[in-house]
Design a protein around this ligand. Sequence first.
Ligand code: ZN
Length: 470
Amino acid sequence: MNTGVNRLNSTFMRYHIETREAQWRFKLPPKFRVKIYNNCVNVQECVQACVYNVHRVGEDGRVAEPVEELCRGCHRCTLSCPKGAICVELNPAFERLGDSYFTPERIENIFFEAETGRVPVSGAGYGGAFSGRGFDSFWFDFSEIVRPTRDGIHGREYISTSVDLGRKPHNLFFDDSGNLVSKVPENIEIPIPIILDAPLSSSSKSNLNLALAKSASILNTFAIVSADDYSDDLSDYGSNLILRIGPNEARKVAGLIKTSPIVELDYADNALDENRITDDLRFVRKVNPAALVSARFLGEDSVTEKSEASVKVGVDMIHLHVEDETVVHDPDVVKRIIRGTHTRLVERGIRDQVSIVFSGGIAEAAHVPKSIILGADAVAIGLAYEIALGCKVCHGSKHEAGCPLKVEEGDVELASQRIVNLVGSWRDQLLEVLGGMGLREVRRLRGELGRAIFFEELEMKIFGDEDDSE
Ligand SMILES: [Zn+2]
């Protein structure tokens, strides 16, 4: 079992995530439909032309049914066929996956990352949009390097992706004989800026919670578990769990608080009430003085005020959460929430008294460093790992009836490996970003807006303020 002490010691070793192939029984529909028509004369040019092995020769010596899952839509086969007998087209079932934000391509990438632990290859150049909203409205700026780039994944130099949860030491006070008198602030270092948020409600929830706890333990990070969902199965993973408790729940779960390294007070449905937070905080501190205490807020409404007030009463962490559905309709909300809160705490000179975790709308690897550039210390992923386990992108508090996400008891190990693979792939992509910027540690990226190019600023620079032209 991991203890806080081991966690610290582990930072002197190279952190490595062990990934391995993890096929899920649920498959995505293939991106392309490949049809061979009856006028095929079996010259097998397509077999020669295809570098992805979509076209093969069957046992009967004739061109076999195409393996659609392998098709990348390069059309070499259609061009090579002298009879024009092959048709490659986008599969409507694939196009219907997800929504405008959790797009079919993002879902396909998550599935690939969870299955292989590898970084998806997008081909030459940047394949994404050149303008957009939210996380899509800014790009990494690799031009501002003060030293050569570092080789991210395979480099000989170690790039640290560790971050601290909790407060940073500020001033230490010593008595006349040189003994430390001020309490050293508690913080816990995790080797990746990613924690696992609690899953939506579903019939698989208890198995999924167990898979998440196992993944968190393998990754040496944390999984958030609601107090209602605690079971004996999870007790082996206690040092990797964040206990989430709802309003007025603290006193009912004192036993769990006592053994939890981090306690998250969920104020999702509550207006700002400093007295409530102070009261809950005192209770948790009394029961477990060593635990870090996190305050979780939902949405954008007065979140900067709530965060500032919480830091002032002494919480160690702020968890800013926004519903994925809100991000789908208003992608810019992520920028306003993270940047707004980070900036407010910096202005008040209290930013280092707390760490900020952000969750909501984290749909691809790049969203992790982008959240950090906006001012978060770490992110919590939720829907991304559920998509990796088959979720068809459900919003709200529970999975829709008919959602293919299902984790049977026998699937727990496999589900856990897929989550580990997903995080492993995202960490490799984070290393590439840090390497490209010449950064030796991810902590240096926090709030570094100069490391990004913002679309609205580019637009302003090129076209000027549109309002002036009216
Ligand atoms: Zn679902």
